[in-house]
Design a protein around this ligand. Structure first.
Ligand code: AHR
Length: 494
């Protein structure tokens, strides 16, 4: 099969906000306990953080990590996780039916984030709690005033404020599964009042209002309209969440979800613009795609798992090559929609639907999805260009016509152009020609590929079967993209 990509230096979609390469750590399963934190592990540092995990997080160059949930946050009392560890309460955690020991809380997490070289995107509880808790938590984290919560932070050993700049107003409040879920009007009011007082405490913060939990929610669209109608004056972003799966074992349909993600983003962006217009507003509401990934094998696991365990094995999805291909495409979708998506978090980072896995008392290893995420984060910084794709298409069971090639092109603005490309054909290699207008003095210097003959192959703690290889460059006018492969082509200014 032949394919062609045309980019033009002057056709720019927008500047990429590096925060689209963010991730997420929730108090869920083994994400925190035995994930980032395991004081008894041989590689634990002085605070009990696993240094092997920190090293892998650094390899991913994760700019921001959402914390502490997720569904967890809707029943969380942040005060339980600060100060003297020996006095912290052990609690029934209702989102995941586990025991929360509170050994790790915001005091520890901000320290972990520093050590991992990342920022924190903090979430407040708008399920069981509201504006009062939100403003107190913000005061604790960010204030320099001589007041109760800022002083409590000082008393707990943190003279300097944590300085979290980005805050989520609850999580998935439209979902029946959420602790104290709300109607759009109820949430819109609660989020508005929380946002108001939070911006009075610290006007420098940015706020994310909850959009729908998924594009498939019955209230999708109306939820966004109503919530934005209430919150428009006080918030900066609306959230999108989306998990894809291949339950039907139909890989062509599964890989076509990249286009579904594009559609989701454009639909929510249009709603934001519609509300802005209705309000005669000057502020553009942008998007925070703060949960996205492949997740289907371990959905609803908490319902059948043994209850009231500390750090149970939950949502430990094992990823294969086809998952890595879709994750690669989803990252390209975020790049191609960088004019509206300013924040995105792959959900999650360690053990729970994650690129990084750990063994209790043992080592850490990389899932297949680690690699497309790592390269997007490392090489996908700069400006996204419009990519014009010419190639054969296939039909999904829904009747959609999908090009075999999915791509994005990022100009680093520092003499490097990176083209990401997935060949979605399950049986044909692709001869790809690139027409790089305005880049005549650039030369292909690297072709990195993630491929395995078996699209269902997984990595595990002992075997990295799926990993990147640097391919030899023979003919710089065209390259071969193997069937069902992820590719990264780097062009350098000569
Ligand atoms: O990431 C796992 C869960 O998925 C999160 O807690 C929730 O927000 C979403 O439904």
């Amino acid at each position: 099969m032949k394919a062609k990509i045309t980019v033009n230096k002057n056709q720019v979609i927008g500047a990429i906000d590096n925060r689209i390469y963010g991730s997420f750590i929730e108090h869920l399963g083994r994400a925190v306990y035995n994930g980032i934190y395991e004081p008894t592990n041989a590689c634990a540092d002085d605070k009990g953080f696993r240094t092997d995990v920190i090293e892998l997080v650094k390899k991913l160059n994760v700019p921001i990590v959402r914390y502490p949930g997720g569904n967890f946050v809707s029943g969380y009392n942040w005060e339980d996780g600060v100060g003297d560890k020996s006095k912290r309460p052990r609690k029934m955690e209702l989102a995941w039916l586990s025991i929360e020991t509170n050994e790790v809380g915001v005091d520890e997490f901000q320290e972990w984030a520093k050590r991992a070289g990342t920022d924190v995107m903090m979430a407040v509880n708008l399920g069981t709690r509201g504006a009062d808790e939100a403003r107190n938590c913000l005061e604790y984290c960010n204030s320099v005033t001589d007041t109760y919560y800022a002083n409590l932070r000082r008393k707990n050993g943190f003279e300097e404020p944590f300085g979290f700049k980005l805050w989520c107003l609850g999580n998935e409040m439209d979902g029946w599964w959420q602790i104290c879920s709300k109607t759009a009007d109820e949430y819109g009011r609660a989020a508005t009042e929380a946002a108001k007082v939070m911006k009075w405490v610290d006007p420098s913060i940015e706020l994310v209002a909850c959009g729908s939990s998924d594009m498939g929610m019955p209230t999708f669209g109306e939820w966004e309209r109503t919530v934005l109608d209430h919150t428009y004056d006080y918030i900066d972003y609306v959230s999108l969440h989306c998990y894809y799966g291949n339950k039907e074992n139909n890989t062509p349909d599964f890989l076509a979800n990249a286009e579904n993600m594009d559609k989701f983003i454009r639909t929510v962006a249009n709603i934001c613009d519609e509300v802005q217009k209705k309000k005669n507003g000057t502020k553009q509401i942008n998007l925070s795609f703060d949960e996205w990934n492949v997740w289907y094998r371990t959905k609803d696991e908490e319902k059948t798992a043994e209850r009231w365990q500390v750090a149970p094995h939950l949502l430990e999805e094992k990823y294969n090559l086809e998952d890595a291909l879709l994750v690669g495409c989803m990252l390209m979708s975020l790049q191609n929609n960088c004019d509206r998506v300013k924040i995105a978090c792959i959900a999650q980072l360690v053990n729970v639907i994650a690129p990084i896995m750990t063994e209790n008392g043992g080592g850490a290893w990389m899932q297949t999805i680690f690699y497309p995420y790592m390269y997007a984060s490392l090489k996908g910084r700069g400006e996204t260009l419009v990519s014009k794709v010419e190639c054969d298409t296939y039909k999904t069971t829904k009747g959609d016509s999908i090009p075999y090639l999915y791509t994005s092109a990022v100009d680093s603005k520092e003499g490097e152009l990176t083209v990401f490309a997935v060949n979605r054909s399950l049986d044909s290699d692709m001869e790809l020609t690139l027409s790089l207008e305005g880049y005549e003095d650039y030369k292909l210097v690297d072709h990195t590929e993630v491929y395995h003959d078996d699209i269902k192959v997984e990595n595990d703690k002992d075997n990295q079967r799926v990993y990147p290889v640097s391919r030899e460059i023979n003919d710089t006018s065209s390259v071969i993209l193997k069937k069902h492969s992820w590719n990264m082509l780097t062009f350098k200014k000569q």
